[in-house]
Design a protein around this ligand. Sequence first.
Ligand code: NAD
Length: 461
Amino acid sequence: MSHYTPLEEIAAIHTALNQGFRSGKLKSIAYRKQQLLSLAYLIKDNAERFQEAFAADLGRPVLEGAFLEIDGSITEIKTALNSVDKWAKTERPPFSLTWTPMRPAIRKEPKGVCLNIVPFNYPLWLVVSPLAGAIAAGCAMVVKPSELTPAMGALLAELFAKYMDPDLYRVVNGAIPETTKLLDLPWGHILYTGSGRVGKIVAGAAAKTLSPVSLELGGKSPVFVDPKCDLTVGARRLLWGKFVNAGQTCVAPDYVLVPRDFQDTFVAALTEAYNAFYPSGPGASTSLTHIVSSAHTARIKRLIDETKGKTVLGGEADVERKYVAPTVVRDVGPQDSLMSEEIFGPVLPIVPVDSLDEAIAFVNAREHPLVLYVMSQDSAFKSKVFDNTQSGAAIANEYIIHCGVDGLPFGGIGPSGNGYHTGKFSFDMFTHLRAVLDSPGWIDRILGARYPPYDDKKLKA
Ligand code: NAD
């Protein structure tokens, strides 16, 4: 591909960024702020071109591009810009008669030159959110966009060269060979966002160079439905959370656990919300993002076809046009292929259950999800679910937008990932807490007993 970074240039980029980092310019908070500001302008000046890239790569409507990525990216930069002075301040441990005279402190130091490997589904926000934290932390960074979003990859490479300090911030475009080459090199920190399958490859490669690594992965995020819920609002929010970005969202609700005798009522409420979203049918809607590739479309189509007969809404798919209609499938069981993998498409399976205990056991028998959602107005129901499960996040009566809430960490647990970003958590990801101490000579009057020759008198002192 023409915009791919030549393999032979990758090591040289790594060397150049290490030299840039060692030059010391990022020690200046003012310089970090200047780079953050440049990143903000990179987005603001070119918002239309980003929208064109979203349209080319994902067929995404403008409103989704703005709401899901551009606005949130700017917010992340603003937070870093406004907070970097505070975040970067040296901290002191609590007062202690013994240690405080030694002036112990925690210096917030950059980890160095870091690597951010990005998936296709949020190709701007997943570049910017970690990068804002890395810049604030004083790190240099290589960004590796997904090969499935070539328009975004090319645009980022062009704009980074124009707006960002090339000694510190670069884009490397490419697929497996280029990423493998990057992963052969040592990094201050590697952030990988994507599938668990590749996450294992990345963690293995990072182990070889002893590079610290954070993995932001996916999985099947369940929704627990309580009949005691606000069904009208709940159905609308759930369908939005599932169908926005064509279901290609790591925190999308993957499947719904519904009491068996509530399924008909639940489907009726979903149908009403569905018809309001797509009044002339989904085929005529201009509010839909398409699937990123024909291969992914074919995969999702196969999942729908294998549960034929249980589809209650949507169901159409056109591989050539990379189109999958927002789809709801009822009476799905654990053996159905829709339950065999993260769907990552606009298909919502409803899994009927006989009790809340059964629903909790169903989720606990599977890998810890990135998010666990509850639709309920009953605090006992919510507590029971949250207290008896594990997941990256636990969210009631809302979908997806928790990732943008100021001050909340964004990350998984176990197979859905480790490490946190957004806001201060991104700064922390790329910051080394350097313990420092400066002990005055007179301390030996108190701690002199440590020196040989050891004797019992010293032990008792
Ligand atoms: P992916 O794993 O296929 O690709 C992600 C990145 O890994 C790309 O940049 C790609 O070039 C690179 N890559 C692919 N194969 C590789 C290999 N063999 N060696 C080294 N690098 C390789 O993921 P995707 O399909 O782009 O994204 C979808 C997945 O990402 C879903 O599972 C989703 O849940 C997850 N995701 C997670 C988060 C999160 O924050 N937790 C956010 C978005 C997406």
